[in-house]
Design a protein around this ligand. Structure first.
Ligand SMILES: Nc1nc2c(ncn2[C@@H]2O[C@H](COP(=O)(O)OP(=O)(O)OP(=O)(O)O)[C@@H](O)[C@H]2O)c(=O)[nH]1
Ligand SMILES: [Mg+2]
Length: 264
């Protein structure tokens, strides 16, 4: 085969590398674990919910905060992570942003799985971008939280039936088309569990955001106590409903805090 001339412009083949995000200001990077149904089963996590699995998801997400992306907040449920960026690295290059965030999450998840449980498994997260603005953000998070709630009800109902001896096909057929209140009734009648009283993180997910803390120091020149403000990353296992007034306020406050107290 003839060698290709070195002057050939291979850059032309990188057809997506020029894709840049518009400067709209609010970007969600949404990542989802690949084949986590199988992975969680092989690792022996409790069904339908295991706090240890949720903690792994949180710890892996915190690595994205430490990985130079400076997210404003993150919302997690099941194997899904929503990361809010207000400033874009890499000049807004889409391929770079989503592939590196997926890479950090995947490697952090696998490393922590090994460190905490001694399980050696590769893991992968896909990743996509959702363009938003400040007004749409609470509605977007409420939409993902509604998905968390739907998941919660369906998976509890499914495993209630499995625990009662139904096979997966029978369980899926029995649950088809059931509304929320019917799922709740089924679970309550069969197991005595009230689905509106499960741990909050299972129903509403987990929110990672910054808290502003005031610290006092001494200014030797002015010879007086001075207040300084620091932001501290916090994990909220009992987030509000994002569609409620309180939820909207908390999101708005997180954005304000982030913009007021983050480095330029
Ligand atoms: N045992 C256990 N499994 C969980 C937990 N949280 C999430 N999962 C599993 O993760 C899956 C996530 O759902 P999906 O993302 O739709 O399923 P997936 O297998 O990852 O499939 P793809 O995302 O399409 O690759 C759930 O169906 C559960 O099986 C948990 O706390 N415990
Ligand atoms: Mg998944």
């Amino acid at each position: 085969m003839e060698p290709v001339a070195t002057s050939y412009t291979w850059k032309e083949h990188e057809v997506f590398s020029g894709l840049r995000l518009p400067r709209c200001g609010f970007y969600i990077v949404r990542c989802d674990g690949r084949n986590f149904h199988r992975l969680t089963e092989e690792c022996g996590f409790q069904k339908p919910y295991d706090r240890k699995f949720a903690e792994l998801m949180v710890k892996a997400t915190l690595e994205v905060f430490r990985g130079g992306f400076n997210p404003c907040l993150a919302y997690i449920f099941s194997d899904e992570v929503n990361i809010l960026l207000l400033r874009l690295p890499f000049n807004g290059r889409l391929e770079k942003i989503i592939s590196i965030i997926s890479g950090i999450l995947s490697s952090a998840f696998s490393l922590k799985l090994k460190q905490k449980f001694g399980i050696e498994k590769t893991s992968a997260f896909d990743s996509r971008i959702i363009l938003l603005n400040r007004e749409l953000l609470p509605a977007y998070l409420a939409y993902r939280q509604a998905e968390a709630w739907r998941n919660h009800n369906n998976s509890y109902a499914y495993y209630t039936l499995i625990n009662k001896g139904y096979n997966p096909k029978e369980a899926s057929t029995m649950l088809k088309g059931l509304k929320t209140n019917q799922l709740h009734e089924l679970v309550y009648k069969m197991s005595g569990l009230n689905l509106s009283k499960t741990p909050t993180w299972q129903r509403r997910g987990v929110l990672i955001k910054y808290l502003i803390v005031r610290k006092y120091g001494y200014n030797p020149v002015e010879k007086r106590k001075v207040a300084t403000y620091r932001r501290r990353l916090t994990v909220n296992w009992e987030p509000p409903l994002f569609g409620s007034e309180k939820g909207k306020e908390i999101i708005e406050e997180s954005i304000r805090n982030f913009l007021d107290y983050s480095l330029p």
